[in-house]
Design a protein around this ligand. Structure first.
Ligand code: NDP
Ligand code: MG
Length: 392
């Protein structure tokens, strides 16, 4: 039997990181953990290291490990250590489950080093665009989506050429405010937005799902991953999250992938594709899942969707501006400094103040990201003399 594949799990302490480790635990003969990385939650990483005994662990956002840790193995710190873990020859598979723009350098490093990249961190693909695709081509890396919709599309496509595809339909749960009248949006609190009806995920993507920014990021992700025109990508709301997406082929056949909502299935497939490995799963009962309901997306009430797709269509640096402004706005909303409606207002303001430019290189993107963040902080509002902040 062949050796197990070495795995670097970036974002190991998060929601996707945890699901990845659950999947790996069922296949010790197929996968072995080389490294585990997080931002700064050292205690959680310590606990994982004691369980998984990797070659080393990484804390990307700390200068050194804090005192009082139990695991006596190697602790590495800093962003360079994270990048090195993504390119480590001992790992043939890299799971990128970091959040936001911060995942870009690991995505580029892994693909440039010829890894299989199981990509959950969609922001890095959306922001990096052609740079990421070129890194994969030049480094002979393989890009496999972890996002459930894109995993579904990949499975439905089953390697058929793009010319045979008429369009794809991404499904969206619609988030917690699907049935709320827009007149109530002014009263939305972070805890309302964090209560997702079908998926349990990290904070940032949960808010993106509530504003539908997540679906816009996913449209751009589909455009890049599958080489589709924006006009070939439709979105439909499907509250139960059972149909994970569909592909309509030119002969009139529509193929979809179904199952109960759990990220473990797409994670496992990103690690093993095209092979299908044993898994623990709840069998799909079509009668119990009936009726499968679909409805149109409320574009007029969720402006983050159209803003994101427009940024995708504009191309160049526009998706990076959209993403950076959104990251700042989401953080401000979670910290109670910005209203729910203020998220799209802030992002729109930043987008309209920065014209899209062709992307030169990663340094250029980093500069654009920084500038968009600074403008977003301004748009979100500066502290008032009393210490409170304005809530646009
Ligand atoms: P979580 O917030 O649960 O976890 C994020 C992980 O990344 C943590 O390990 C965190 O470390 C680490 N991290 C965050 N920021 C940085 C940084 N600047 N540098 C280094 N490490 C960092 O997120 P999720 O698991 O929910 O999401 C991860 C990615 O997967 C996102 O891009 C999301 O859009 C995507 N995704 C998630 C899904 C889900 O079901 N959760 C579904 C589909 C896609 P620490 O603990 O130290 O803060
Ligand atoms: Mg998704």
């Amino acid at each position: 039997m062949s050796e197990p594949s070495g795995l670097a799990v970036l974002g190991a302490t998060g929601s996707i990181g945890g699901s990845t480790l659950s999947v790996v635990a069922r296949h010790p003969d197929r996968f072995e953990i080389v490294s585990l990385a997080a931002a700064r939650r050292a205690k959680e990483l310590d606990r994982l290291a004691l369980r998984w005994r990797p070659e080393y662990v990484v804390l990307a956002e700390l200068p050194e490990p804090p005192a009082g840790l139990e695991w006596s193995g190697e602790w590495r710190c800093g962003r360079e250590a994270m990048k090195a873990a993504a390119a480590d020859p001992a790992a043939s598979i890299v799971v990128n489950a970091l959040v936001g723009f911060a995942g870009l350098e690991s995505t580029l490093a892994a693909l440039g080093a010829g890894k299989r990249l199981a990509l959950a961190n969609k922001e890095s693909l959306v922001v990096g665009g052609e740079l990421v695709l070129r890194a994969a081509e030049d480094g002979q890396g393989q890009l496999l989506p972890v996002d459930s919709e894109h995993s579904a599309i990949m499975q439905c496509l089953d390697g058929r050429p793009r010319a045979e595809v008429h369009r794809v339909v991404l499904t969206a749960s619609g988030g917690p405010f699907r049935e709320w009248p827009a007149s109530r949006f002014g009263s939305i609190r972070p805890e309302d937005a964090l209560a997702h009806p079908t998926w349990s995920m990290g904070d940032k993507i949960t808010i993106d799902s509530a504003t539908l920014a997540n679906k816009a990021l996913e449209v751009i992700e589909a455009h890049l991953l599958f080489g589709l025109e924006f006009d070939q990508i439709d979105v439909v709301v499907h509250p139960a999250s059972i149909v994970h997406s569909m592909v309509e082929f030119r002969d009139g056949s529509t193929i979809s992938q179904l199952g109960h909502p759990t990220m473990e299935v797409p994670i496992l497939y990103a690690l093993s594709a095209p092979e299908r490995l044993e898994n623990d799963f709840r069998s799909f009962d079509p009668v119990q899942a009936s009726p499968l309901e679909f409805e149109r997306l409320r574009h007029e009430d969720f402006p983050m969707f159209d803003l994101g797709v427009e940024a995708g269509r504009a191309g160049g640096t526009a998706p990076a501006v959209y993403n950076a402004a959104n990251e700042v706005a989401v953080r401000s909303f979670l910290e109670g400094r910005l209203s729910f409606l203020g998220i799209s207002r802030a992002v729109e303001r930043v987008l309209s103040s920065m014209a899209p430019e062709p992307v030169e290189n990663v340094e250029h993107l980093t500069a654009v990201d920084r500038e968009a963040r600074s403008r977003a902080r301004e748009a979100v509002g500066t502290p008032s003399p009393t210490g409170g902040e304005t809530v646009p």
